[in-house]
Design a protein around this ligand. Structure first.
Ligand SMILES: [Mn+2]
Length: 178
């Protein structure tokens, strides 16, 4: 079993990122930060963290997107604004990200931008938005901010969402077959 930490859209709230990284240090096989940190790409906090650029990031040294393979899982990571990820009345618009993810042969797609947490299977891939730790939107904004842990077992993907206090939000857990 492998675990991955996924966090996004801190918008300058460096403290929650440091706090969350400390909390999961040594317990995850990969750490993904999905954009809109408003920090420098070379900030110490990003050592060992896979990052991408968000629409509010000024440092052009952040990558636009990345594909990463860890433990036989291929991840496609991007913020979402470059692929029109924002949907007005739905959770997110996955169509353009999906085309890019197909080219990357991705199993799991990681994004942010909408500040709405969720995990869904679309076109045989698991799309995960951890939400924003700091400026949450959508029906679960009252939680006060979220991030996600993905567990990959031989048979399943399990996505668990956590609050800023690192407490599990049980109602949001998503389990899907691999
Ligand atoms: Mn944002």
């Amino acid at each position: 079993m492998a675990k991955f930490l996924i966090i996004s859209d801190i918008h300058g709230d460096r403290k929650i990122l440091v706090d969350t990284l400390n909390k999961w240090h040594g317990q995850v096989e990969g750490i993904f930060y999905n954009g809109d940190s408003e920090l420098s790409a070379t900030d110490d906090v990003f050592a060992g963290v896979s990052t991408v650029i968000g629409n509010m990031d000024n440092d052009i040294d952040f990558a636009e997107a990345r594909s990463t393979v860890i433990d036989n899982v291929t991840f496609f990571q991007t913020h979402g604004h470059l692929y029109n990820a924002t949907a007005i009345l739905q959770w997110a618009n996955l169509k353009l990200m999906n085309e890019e993810a197909n080219d990357a042969h991705a199993d799991v797609v990681l994004f942010g931008h909408t500040h709405k947490e969720g995990a869904v299977v679309f076109d045989h891939k698991l799309f995960i938005n951890p939400g924003s730790t700091t400026l949450p939107k959508g029906p679960h904004a009252n939680i006060g901010g979220t991030y996600a842990i993905l567990e990959v077992t031989a048979e399943q993907y399990i996505v668990t969402f956590y609050s800023r206090q690192h407490e599990v939000i049980p109602d949001l857990t998503v389990k899907v077959a691999r």
